[in-house]
Design a protein. Structure first.
Length: 486
C-alpha cells in the first residue's frame, strides 16, 4: 500500500508539472510535437516535417505503430505527458517484485523501489516532454520480474515491446539474453540452445537491429553514433556521467556485473560521441535507457552484499539495512535539489556543490517554466485564427500546432518557402534558440528566419497581442486583435 501511494503521488506531481509546462508554452516541437505527430500520423496519413531520413516509417521506435491507434481515440498532447509520468512511476512496482525475489525482505524491497521514484535522473525523463524511450524502463522491469517469477512468455512479451521503444534497445536485449542464459546455467547447463527464452531474446534483438539498420541505412546509425557536439564533451566528462548515474545507489550495482553488462550499449554510445545530452544526468530522456539496469543491479548487488557480509560473521541485516537506508537518504537529498519537483520546494538555494555533483551546468527553473502568463493565452487565441492544414512557421516551444497544421521551425528551413503564417513569441528563449542540427546555418534562429521573411514585404500583421504576433502572407488588412505591449 505504501508503494502504491508513493507511485500515485509521483504520478500526480509530475503529471501536473508537465501539463502546466505545456500550457506555459515551454514544451518542445522537436520532442513532444514530433512524437505526438508521429502517433497521430498512423491514422491520418503521414507526417509533414520529417526527421526520419525521408522514410515513411520510423522503425527506430516502431512502438508508435501500436500506440498510434490508441492515441487516435483521444489525440490530446497533455495526455501523453501525463501517461508518461504514470508509466515511468509505475516501474517502481515491478522493481519491488524484483527486489523481493533477490532479497526476500519487504522493507528492503520497498526502500529500493522508493529510491527509484526519487532517483533524480528520472525526474528529467518525466519533465522533458514525451519520448518513446521513456516507455523502456517499466517494460524492461516487467520483463525481468516475470522472468524471475517463472513466466518466460510474459517476460519475452514485455522485452519485445521494450525493443520497439528505441533503436538502441535491441542491443540492450542482446546483453539481456546473456543475463538470462547466465542466471539459468545451473538448471539448463552452459549450452545456450537449451535456454529457449535467452535464444528468443537474442534472435529478436539481432533481427530488430538488422531491420532498423537495413531500413534507415548505415548512414543513419553512423550519424547517430557520431552526432556532432553542441558543446565539446571531454572524455573525463563522459566517464563521470556513468559514475554520476551510479552514485545515487552508492555503486552497489557494480556487485552484479552480469546485470550491469546490459548498460554497455548505452555506455558505448555515450563514450563515442560528443553530443552533450547523451552524457547529462538531468533535463533529458536518455537516462531512461540505463536507470532500470542500475536499479535491478542494485537489488541483486545488495543480496550479494548480504552473502559477503555473512562470510565474515557480521550482522547481515544491520549492514544491509544501513546500506539501503543510505541509498534512500541520498536519493531523497538529491531529489530535493536536482529534480523539477524537488526544486519547487527548495528553489535553487545551495545548488553549487550539487550542480557540480550532477555534472549539469544549470537547474530546471521549475517554477518559471510551469507558470502560465497572460500572454500564453494570446498564443492560443492567435493559433485559433489559423485554418487547419495551413503552413505555419513557429518557434520550437509551440508543439500545439503539430497535429493539425503543416508546420515549420527555423531548423533546416528552406528560405525559398513562404509559409502562410508566422507566429512570433518573443518571450520564450526558443525564439533565439540556435539549431541542434549542424547542417543548418548557425544564424538560422527563429528570429533571424522571421526577419528574413518579413523583409520580403509580403507579410502583414493579422494579430498582435502584447508582443505575441501572427503574420499572414499577402495580408493587407488591419489586425483582427490588437493589444499593445504592456
Amino acid at each position: 500500500m505504501a508503494l502504491l501511494c508513493a507511485v500515485a503521488a509521483n504520478s500526480v506531481v509530475y503529471g501536473v508539472i508537465t501539463v502546466l509546462r505545456y500550457y506555459a508554452y515551454n514544451a518542445a516541437i522537436l520532442d513532444l510535437g514530433v512524437a505526438s505527430q508521429l502517433l497521430y500520423s498512423t491514422m491520418h496519413g503521414g507526417v509533414s516535417w520529417s526527421l526520419f531520413v525521408g522514410r515513411q516509417l520510423s522503425l527506430n521506435r516502431p512502438i508508435y505503430l501500436i500506440l498510434g491507434p490508441l492515441y487516435d481515440l483521444f489525440p490530446f498532447q497533455p495526455l501523453l505527458v501525463v501517461s508518461q509520468a504514470v508509466w515511468v512511476s509505475a516501474g517502481a512496482i515491478p522493481l519491488f517484485g524484483i527486489s523481493m525475489k533477490y532479497l526476500h525482505r519487504e522493507w528492503m524491497a520497498l526502500m529500493i523501489s522508493i529510491s527509484y521514484l526519487l532517483y533524480y535522473p528520472l525526474g528529467g525523463v518525466m519533465w522533458f516532454d514525451f519520448h518513446f524511450m521513456a516507455l523502456f524502463p517499466t517494460l524492461f522491469l516487467l520483463s525481468v520480474y516475470f522472468y524471475l517469477s517463472g513466466h518466460p512468455r510474459l517476460s519475452y512479451g514485455f522485452i519485445l515491446l521494450a525493443i520497439a521503444t528505441d533503436y538502441l534497445v535491441p542491443l540492450i536485449a542482446i546483453f539481456y539474453s546473456f543475463y538470462v542464459w547466465f542466471s539459468a546455467r545451473r538448471e539448463l547447463g552452459f549450452n545456450p540452445l537449451k535456454n529457449r527464452l535467452a535464444m528468443a531474446i537474442l534472435a529478436t534483438g539481432i533481427v530488430e537491429f538488422a531491420i532498423v539498420t537495413a531500413y534507415l541505412g548505415l548512414s543513419f546509425l553512423g550519424n547517430t553514433i557520431t552526432l556532432p557536439a553542441i558543446r565539446q564533451v571531454s572524455i573525463p566528462d563522459k566517464v563521470y556521467f556513468l559514475l554520476r548515474m551510479m552514485l545515487p545507489v552508492l555503486f552497489v550495482c557494480l556487485l552484479a556485473p552480469e546485470i550491469m553488462v546490459m548498460a554497455i550499449p548505452y555506455a558505448g554510445l555515450a563514450l563515442h560521441n560528443n553530443y552533450l545530452p547523451y552524457v547529462t544526468t538531468m533535463f533529458y530522456q536518455y537516462p531512461s535507457l540505463i536507470a532500470p539496469i542500475i536499479f535491478v543491479s542494485t537489488a541483486k548487488g545488495i543480496s550479494r552484499l548480504m552473502l559477503i557480509v555473512s562470510k565474515y560473521g557480521k550482522r547481515v541485516i544491520f549492514v544491509c539495512k544501513q546500506s539501503v537506508t543510505a541509498v534512500l537518504a541520498l536519493n531523497l537529498v538529491l531529489m530535493m535539489f536536482l529534480t523539477p519537483a524537488g526544486q519547487l520546494l527548495t528553489g535553487n538555494a545551495g545548488m553549487g556543490y550539487l550542480i557540480q555533483l550532477s555534472g549539469s551546468g544549470s537547474t530546471y527553473n521549475s517554477l518559471s517554466d510551469i507558470t502560465v502568463h497572460k500572454y500564453d493565452s494570446y498564443i492560443s487565441k492567435e493559433v485559433s485564427l489559423v485554418p487547419y492544414g495551413s503552413t505555419i512557421l513557429v518557434p520550437n516551444n509551440i508543439p500545439q500546432v503539430t497535429q493539425n497544421y503543416n508546420w515549420y521551425i527555423s531548423d533546416g528551413f528552406n528560405h525559398s518557402l513562404r509559409p502562410q503564417y508566422i507566429l512570433m513569441d518573443p518571450y520564450n528563449a526558443f525564439s533565439n534558440w540556435q539549431t541542434v542540427f549542424p547542417t543548418t546555418p548557425p544564424d538560422d534562429s527563429f528570429i533571424n528566419v522571421t526577419d528574413f521573411l518579413l523583409s520580403t514585404g509580403s507579410y502583414g500583421t493579422l494579430a498582435e497581442m502584447d508582443g505575441i504576433t501572427l503574420y499572414e502572407h499577402n495580408y493587407n488588412g488591419t489586425p483582427v486583435y490588437y493589444i499593445p505591449i504592456s
